[in-house]
Design a protein around this ligand. Structure first.
Ligand code: QV4
Ligand code: CA
Length: 490
């Protein structure tokens, strides 16, 4: 489904986690200017409002109805955002939560609908008892998933107590596809499908089969929605990511884990081992994979990964190296994480503040202002956003000109469109590289604002121009320490 997931010449998505629709609408101009292709937005449906702990981010993953009111905004704000962003050529992907509704208890959701999970009653949809899996489908003692080696449990029992929808029901398929088709009508280009490991591929196939083509106000007639499915497959369970690739892309969690291990030098890993990174490392085919260095779960210890592996903005220098490699390499559809800050506090391997919601007060989200307050905006970091441009310049051009020192220094090109050197060792070094680039002068986009002469200078950090001669050779001094990379592109 959905091979048309970006405008031609663009390729990179960003997850603006917990941003409000009005703020995303504003950000789309910046994203368009800097070559981003799409935004993954937080769940748009009405959600449970949790007060203990107060208003955690994860309340967004407990649907109460498919009404459009959440702390990110209302229906009118959502529609306005989609229209503005589409007009700028920046697509919107919605995070769709269709495996379940809320955890136990009752209350009123973010858009005024009541619910009672104990009687499986969600009048805002409406859903009732018959629309959920029960003891007929799930045989565990408490109705929850207890054994990930039993595929039936994983699909038919509750994920951490979340009321599990019966995806085989025509009625449930109707309600969920009506909601997705509503969003498609508004102009969204695709969906991140949450918790797909917990849904049967056949049920998803039936659901996707009901989806309309994209809105022809912005997309070519006959365009199918873009679908990427969240399945965490670290290799140890019977349910595989590859069980879902026939339906659309799948999140490849091994990618960020592997890069985290290499850049941290865990277990003797070295940068030079990356020369065949991708499928040969047991990852999905790149054309099936949605990849990222971290996501909203594993940056706070949820999902898979582990704090000693996954890199996040908390370890900014290694994080920039990881993102630069990911964007320079040719593998997968890349999604950049854009986070908010919180007082991460890891005690015995668990972040005791892992629940904390976005900046704001009393469950009301503050305006997202990059670099002013607690919005981290990794997508705007020069070292990342300039590598998005590198990525676009090299789109479709294979990796070439590989070089390594057998340790933690590597370089590679992209068939004449780009060249990067990464130095993950303790000292700077200088040598002549075969870049494959056409003769000319190039700015280092890691340290400078642009790739044209004169190189834009951010606060004096710019390392300036590099000259490539007629045979593609360039003398390059590669720094160590902060931003130990030089990246050049046409
Ligand atoms: C708790 C107990 C249960 C108990 C229940 C009582 O753990 O045993 O039955 O209380 O009702 C929250 C709480 C969780 C609580 C649950 C139900 O954290 O402690 O259960 O609510 O009340 C996010 C968070 C979850 C959160 C959930 C819903 O990560 O902690 O649960 O939202 O608010 C697996 C899956 C994968 C999943 C990953 C995290 O295969 O699909 O775990 N990833 C996606 C999303 C993720 C989201 C969900 C799935 C669920 O990326 O953000 O979970 O929509 O690997
Ligand atoms: Ca399920």
């Amino acid at each position: 489904l959905g091979s048309y997931y970006c405008q031609t010449g663009r390729d990179v998505a960003v997850h603006l986690f917990e941003w409000k629709w009005a703020d995303i609408e504003k950000e789309c101009s910046w994203l368009a200017e800097h070559g981003y292709c799409a935004v993954q937005v937080s769940p748009v449906h009405e959600n449970r409002v949790i007060t203990d702990p107060p208003y955690p981010w994860y309340q967004r993953y407990q649907p109460v109805s498919y009404k459009m009111g959440s702390r990110s905004g209302n229906d009118a704000q959502f529609r306005s955002m989609v229209s503005t962003c589409n007009n700028l050529g920046v697509f919107i992907y919605v995070d769709g939560v269709f495996n379940h509704m809320t955890g136990g208890g009752s209350g009123v959701g973010s858009d005024g609908s009541s619910f009672n999970a104990d009687s499986k009653s969600y009048p805002g949809v409406p859903y009732g008892e018959n629309d959920f899996h029960g003891s007929a489908e799930c045989q565990t003692s408490n109705g929850e998933i207890q054994d990930y080696n039993d595929a039936n449990q994983v699909r038919n029992c509750m994920l951490v107590g979340l009321r599990d929808l019966k995806g085989s029901s025509e009625y449930v398929r109707g309600m969920t596809s009506d909601f997705m088709n509503y969003l498609i009508g508004v102009g969204v280009a695709g969906f991140r499908m949450d918790a797909c490991k917990h849904m049967w591929p056949g049920d998803l196939e039936a659901l996707y089969g009901r989806l309309n083509n994209l809105n022809t106000q912005w997309f070519p007639a006959g365009t199918r929605p873009y679908i990427y499915q969240e399945v965490i497959d670290m290799g140890s369970e019977p349910i595989k990511a590859s069980d879902y690739t026939y339906l659309g892309r799948v999140t490849e969690f091994k990618h960020g884990k592997n890069l985290g291990d290499v850049i941290r030098k865990n277990n003797g890993q070295r940068l030079s081992y990356l020369s065949n990174f991708g499928e040969s490392w047991g990852q999905l085919s790149g054309t099936d994979a949605l990849v990222f260095i971290d996501n909203h779960d594993n940056q706070r210890g949820h999902g898979a990964g582990g704090f000693g592996t996954i890199l996040t903005f908390f370890e900014a220098n290694m994080y920039k190296i990881a993102n630069a490699f990911e964007l320079a390499w040719q593998y997968g559809h890349v999604r950049i994480m854009s986070s908010y800050n919180w007082p991460r506090n890891i005690v015995n391997g668990v972040d005791v503040n892992d629940w904390m919601g976005p900046p704001g007060n009393g469950g009301v989200t503050a305006n997202a202002v990059c670099f002013n307050g607690d919005w981290i905006c990794e997508h705007r970091w020069r070292q990342i956003s300039n590598m998005v441009r590198f990525h676009n310049a090299a789109l479709g051009y294979p990796v070439s000109n590989w070089w390594d020192n057998g340790g933690d220094r590597i370089a590679f090109g992209r068939s004449g469109k780009g060249f990067i050197v990464i130095n993950n060792e303790g000292s700077e070094f200088s040598q002549s590289f075969s870049t494959g680039l056409p003769a000319g002068t190039y700015c280092d986009v890691i340290s400078c604002d642009n790739n044209r002469s004169p190189c834009g200078n951010s606060g004096g950090s710019c390392r300036g121009e590099f000259t490539v001669d007629g045979s593609g050779m360039a003398q390059i001094t590669v720094p160590s320490g902060e931003d130990p990379m030089i990246a050049l592109h046409v």
